[in-house]
Design a protein around this ligand. Sequence first.
Ligand SMILES: [Zn+2]
Length: 451
Amino acid sequence: MESYCTKRSEEPMTIPDSKRQRTSSYSSNEEMAASDVDMAEVDDSKCEDLEKGIIGALNSPKNIKELEEKKILVIGAGGLGCEILKNLALTGFKQLHVIDMDTIDLSNLNRQFLFRQKDIGKSKANVAASFVMSRVPGVDVVPYFGKIQDKDEEYYKQFDIIICGLDSVEARRWINAKLIEMFDPEDQSTWKVLVDGGTEGFKGQARVIIPTMSSCYECSLELFNKPTTFPICTIANTPRLPEHCIEWASVLEWPRVWGDKKYDTDNPEDINWMYQQAAGRAQKFNITGVTYSLTQGVVKNIIPAIASTNAVIAASCCNEAYKLATFIAPYLNNYMMYTGNSGIYTYTFELEKKPACPVCGSESSTVELDPNMTVSELIEWLAEKPDAQLKRPSLRTATTSIYMQAPKVLEEATRPNLTKIISELVQEGEFITVTDAALPVSLQLCIKWKA
Ligand SMILES: [Zn+2]
């Protein structure tokens, strides 16, 4: 809240003029347009209000009314979601909705403070909603126990601001694309701001996505979700870290010993087997630090959740929601990173729109492919390509279905194409449309052959 009265300071919120986006088309409402300009440019009366003190401005009947009238959707009622719901309710928002498809687990209770032991097994959304309503009189929280994909445009249209506290990239991609697809420039009511928070151990980020105006989640997909992977040759030949030994046990030893049998990351016997193998290998290479819980962490790809990181990021998201709802101060433009794992550091910068973004861009993207690659190699490439990350893509051109994941009949009919080389099916300059059932995104790839 400090930034309300630090007009001339060099807080991270202050963005160099050269980086500011024009916001004149933000809305016809003058107050909205003022929200992203330097505080010095805001009309004087508002500035005076702010300088008189935060309390006066926060308690103004206008702001209180804004909070009461704005309808906010919180996606996710986990570590971030609990914090976000609590903050919004205590800030004075009255109309909250929350979606979460998960149920409460014992391991959530150390940080998801809206839940108690007796709630284990129940819906996070339902329990969180009742808890907040019982503690904060006058606030209405409507829960939905299910997936965001169950809801349609009509549902999302009712909200003013949507805040995500999710741990899933897929869900973020889905809601981002949905809100941008919904936006109709002729109809202001379709214009929804997305505030997205994310944490990973001691690190976190908060961002504001204004449909079609600012960079969207998909524009910068390659920046995120880089899973920690180790080169297979290191794992196989020159391990140096306990993680290398665990990866060796799960990636190489497991299939060698158990063949096609998949391990179950929730089965303690399977984890224990891998732990024993990894410990043996670590001993051979004089590596220390292989433990059962590290094995579990590496195999399940778990990064410990830290309650205070959630609190920092949720606070930032809720401050943005507050500013976006009341236009009392400039909102985040458009990305704030918080790093607590080596000292403490925050930085704010503007992620740029990508002209060839499959969701908000208008240009198609040209890709250079090896004309001799097979269709199945192209599919693998799309899964690994940092700005695509499509796990089950279907591919077609204007005239041909190259490979379709569904329906079954089409999958069977196109399956023989998997082993064909791509240049047999597509010509240079042609477009391949790539879709993935899990995401409302389609990529248009203009094909160019590598020389
Ligand atoms: Zn985009």
